[in-house]
Design a binder for this molecule. Structure first.
Ligand SMILES: Cc1cc2nc3c(=O)[nH]c(=O)nc-3n(C[C@H](O)[C@H](O)[C@H](O)COP(=O)(O)OP(=O)(O)OC[C@H]3O[C@@H](n4cnc5c(N)ncnc54)[C@H](O)[C@@H]3O)c2cc1C
Length: 449
């Protein structure tokens, strides 16, 4: 079966590899760099920069461990080189995997679909790619507030923020979601005075309130100014500065800043020329898909940010695998958006899966965990959410949160009961013990609390 995949991000390239593993003859069309937003201007560069600034963020903490001396300085050129290397290696890794799986990669722009053929512009040439089934994975683009011009110089999106050659003295970040919080964490450590303006009542409005408030407090104490319930009204470019005006509880406030980062979210990259020929249903929120990533046309699938359901790389990849399985008639469960973990890579990290509200909640603090004490860490907790005495959600706030959320995801997805979870031995001393202790807490059997 001939498969065309448009978009080489974590949705598209994973779908392409899986289709090839199932025996498909696969062509991947990517107009820019392999890896998409995630590798080139998303997950990988943000985490590379965060890794670079982490020792600076922890410097005051290191004092407790007997590490003394002046706070180290960061060489921004070297940090940027580290980030570029990580991007480059990830791109090369994907290219190698495409070759290994005998996938044809065309570096060109898919601009039209006609009679089961994708028309691709590659330089001056047009290449026609015939297909039996097609997977659309053209991703998303940054959103802005209507009326605010992004000049890509002083008023920027995250793409530019990951490539600034000079560190601004101050920056206003519009939007306190995942991207805004991570960027604030990076630039704050690089010495930029950060002000976050968030329209809703808490930072990370989709996350658990206790965890979001704890992070907000931690970011505030590291010098980041955060204004919630603050709706931006105007962003006006002046000669060397930008004036940002917002409304907070009917009061108009204003600030002058070097740089404005627009981080209010992303919207699906809808390309009507690729959707209309097959009469694919979509709105500005994304392409309409079934839980198996089918569109309303039997030969067209849509995965990743383009369907606007859960804009994260791991979800895009999972959707790619499900679409491939469906195309090749392999057994697969549908995508479960309620069980897609979210992670915010701040200091400390905040992650969640499943419900963030339930009949009962139990919180177990890092301060009662041996590994946390040995590491000199008191800040952090796990909070579990139970309905009818069953685990339905979990949030970690603290060190290693991103690595631990999968334990909860596995438990919820496999519907493990509290007693089944209680019988699992967690290694000591590890941060992960907070999870097993929270389960024991729910059973009224916690040992260390
Ligand atoms: C700053 C930032 C940090 C992020 N951090 C994380 C994180 O830590 N963890 C996480 O899970 N997610 C993170 N994300 C989100 C993640 O990057 C996206 O959810 C993910 O990349 C979506 O994958 P995708 O395959 O759907 O689309 P994309 O990765 O956007 O890939 C789409 C690809 O399609 C190509 N394309 C578009 N149109 C055409 C065309 N007509 N012809 C050919 N090619 C085309 C594009 O060039 C692009 O390469 C982050 C995003 C940003 C912006």
């Amino acid at each position: 079966m001939k498969i065309a995949v448009i978009g080489g991000g974590p949705g598209g390239y994973v779908a392409a590899i899986r289709c090839s593993q199932y025996g498909g003859e696969v062509t991947l069309i990517e107009e820019s760099f392999l890896g998409g937003t995630c590798v080139n201007v998303g997950c990988i560069p943000t985490k590379a920069l965060l890794k670079g600034v982490e020792p600076l963020a922890q410097w005051s903490h290191y004092g407790k461990l007997g590490i003394e001396g002046p706070k180290p300085a960061i060489n921004i050129d070297k940090l940027m080189k580290h980030s570029s290397r990580a991007i480059q290696m990830s791109r090369q890794g994907i290219e190698y995997l495409l070759k290994k799986n005998k996938i044809q990669w065309i570096q060109g722009r898919a601009f039209e679909i006609k009679d089961h053929t994708v028309l691709v512009q590659k330089g001056d040439d047009q290449i026609n790619v015939p297909f039996d089934k097609i997977i659309l994975a053209t991703g998303s683009v940054s959103s802005s507030i209507p009326g605010i011009d992004i000049d890509h110089e002083r008023i920027i999106f995250s793409d530019q923020a990951l490539n600034l050659s000079e560190i601004p003295n101050n920056m206003v970040i519009i939007g306190g979601g995942v991207i805004g919080s991570e960027m604030a964490t990076i630039y704050n450590q690089l010495g930029t005075k950060i002000t976050i303006l968030e329209g809703q009542s808490q930072l990370l409005p989709c996350e658990d309130t206790d965890a979001a408030h704890a992070l907000q407090k931690s970011m505030h104490s590291s010098g980041i100014e955060i204004h919630c319930n603050s709706m931006v009204e105007s962003v006006i470019r002046k000669e060397k500065t930008v004036q940002v005006t917002w409304k907070h509880e009917n009061q108009t406030q204003s600030i002058e800043t070097d740089t404005v980062l627009m981080a209010i979210g992303r919207r699906p990259n809808i390309l009507p020329a690729l959707l209309d020929p097959f009469g694919i249903e979509y709105s500005n929120k994304g392409v309409l898909t079934s839980p198996y990533l089918e569109t309303n046309h039997p030969d067209v699938y849509c995965i990743g940010d383009l369907n606007g359901k859960w804009m994260l790389a791991h979800t895009a990849s999972r959707e790619g695998m499900i679409a491939a399985a469906k195309i090749f008639d392999k057994e697969t469960p549908p995508i479960q958006y309620g069980l897609q973990p979210s992670v915010v890579f701040t200091f400390p990290e905040l992650t969640g899966v499943g419900k963030r509200m339930a009949e009962q909640t139990y919180t177990f603090p890092y301060s009662a965990n041996g590994k946390a004490r040995a590491s000199g860490i008191r800040d952090g907790f796990v909070k579990i959410f139970l309905d009818d005495h069953k685990l339905v959600g979990c949030t970690f706030y603290g060190e290693h949160a991103s690595d631990m959320i999968s334990i909860a995801t596995m438990a919820i997805q496999n519907k493990l009961s509290l007693s089944e979870l209680g019988f699992i031995t967690f290694p000591h001393p590890t941060f992960s013990e907070v999870f097993s202790e929270s389960i024991e807490l729910a059973e009224n059997l916690a040992i260390h609390m």
